[in-house]
Design a binder for this molecule. Structure first.
Ligand SMILES: [Zn+2]
Ligand SMILES: [Zn+2]
Length: 112
């Protein structure tokens, strides 16, 4: 998607603080962190939101989720972390390229 900022980050057209990349996913630090550790995990395939997924995305989403504990651990979240996927307008989604937020490293997060 040519007008998607996360696709531009993947392509390197917009700079990011990358922490991990492989053939399926790209992981970088949130530009406006809400915790000492705040990473965004995005698929290289452009998928707009969780509301747009179907059976074809099962393997990709499973892969993203299974990478999360490793990424959280390597980022220093020793006592736990939170994962968030915001979906759609009322879900507070700001960029329409599906992404998993990983938050942690700053003590117990407020209940949500
Ligand atoms: Zn995109
Ligand atoms: Zn988000």
């Amino acid at each position: 998607m040519s007008d998607c900022i996360f696709c531009k980050i993947i392509d390197g057209d917009i700079p990011s603080d990358k922490v991990y990349e492989d053939d399926k996913i790209f992981v970088f630090k949130d530009i406006a962190p809400k915790a000492p550790v705040h990473l965004l995990v995005i698929p290289k395939q452009h998928v707009p939101s969780l509301a747009d997924v179907n059976q074809d995305h099962q393997e990709l989403l499973g892969y993203m989720m299974t990478k999360v504990p490793q990424l959280a651990h390597e980022a220093g979240c020793e006592k736990g972390f939170r994962t968030i996927i915001n979906t759609g307008d009322e879900g507070g989604q700001e960029v329409y390229h599906i992404h998993i937020h990983i938050l942690g490293g700053g003590g117990r997060l407020p209940f949500a």
